[in-house]
Design a binder for this molecule. Structure first.
Ligand code: NAD
Length: 263
């Protein structure tokens, strides 16, 4: 018996085998879930298709979260395949990488709008659409980062977007709770993904958190995936509106480990 036997899960945000969405997909498939995938563009399909096939899924649907027509079509296509949905994994974010190297004070209006729309509004939009298919209750999961409430090098407007995302998680949890739908965010530490690499100083941040986290380790795709399984399973039945850190404990620190302080 798998913890997710019989559950239907929509995975949004696989770009390649390093994607956090893929870590979730693999763990959820191993736990017995049936999966459908969305992909952002035809270019992504080449990577996503073999991954989907490897977990027995042939439901691959294009969906650009910044485009209402694309989202309309995606959920029509999903409804043609499935009459019910139990879980969505929303692992999507975007910001212009040129604005993830300098100072937040230089953020352009256009990139602010895009970053917040793709990285935060999309969760609200997806939740509305997905919840209409969650006729037996369900779980909505998103991915955040602690740059939402602590200043982290070059995270800039993404920090603002993640703060908004975490707030949206709480409001959505309250709206959808009466329908038996839980809404939670996982907050992984830095990961070596395409989106992660777009942030200035990514390698240094990765090494710093690895050296200083209480567990002296960064997150793994396996641990993030297992957390997604837990939250989507009956074990997570009483958890909603939560931001669950999967970061080796890094978020509790006020200072680096003493051996790593120079001077
Ligand atoms: P990734 O690059 O593998 O995934 C990002 C995904 O967002 C891609 O699949 C991309 O296609 C999708 N996306 C971007 N714009 C889109 C749009 N308009 N429509 C549809 N899809 C779109 O990187 P990842 O690190 O796996 O990112 C997944 C989530 O995890 C993001 O929300 C990210 O902020 C979050 N996160 C990442 C880290 C990290 O260090 N990598 C840490 C904490 C949280």
């Amino acid at each position: 018996m798998g913890a997710l036997d019989g559950k239907r899960v929509l995975i949004m945000g696989v770009a390649n085998e390093r994607s956090i969405a893929w870590g979730c997909a693999k763990a959820m498939a191993d736990a017995g879930a049936e999966l459908a995938f969305t992909y952002q563009s035809e270019m992504m399909l080449k990577r996503v298709e073999p991954l989907a096939q490897s977990v027995g899924s042939d439901i691959l649907i294009p969906a650009d979260v910044s485009d209402d027509a694309s989202m309309d079509a995606a959920f029509v296509a999903l409804q043609e395949k499935w009459d019910r949905l139990d879980c969505v994994v929303h692992a999507i974010a975007f910001s212009d990488k040129n604005e993830l190297t300098g100072r937040i004070i230089d953020t352009s209006r256009e990139n602010f709008r895009n970053s917040l729309s793709i990285s935060c509004y999309s969760l609200i939009d997806v939740s509305k659409r997905a919840s209409q298919m969650m006729t037996e209750g369900g779980t909505i999961l998103t991915m955040t980062y602690q740059g939402s409430n602590k200043v982290t090098p070059f995270y800039n407007v993404m920090g603002v977007a993640k703060a908004a995302l975490e707030s949206a998680v709480r409001y959505l949890a309250n709206d959808l709770g009466p329908d038996g739908i839980r809404v939670n965010a996982i907050s992984p530490g830095p990961m070596k993904t395409l989106a992660g690499a777009a942030i200035g100083g990514a390698r240094k941040t990765f090494k710093f958190t690895e050296r200083n986290a209480p567990l002296r380790a960064n997150a793994t795709l396996e641990a993030i995936g297992a957390t997604a399984v837990y939250l989507a399973s009956d074990g997570g039945a009483c958890t909603s509106g939560e931001i669950l850190h999967v970061d080796g404990g890094f978020h509790v620190l006020g200072m680096p480990q003493v051996d790593n302080i120079q001077g």
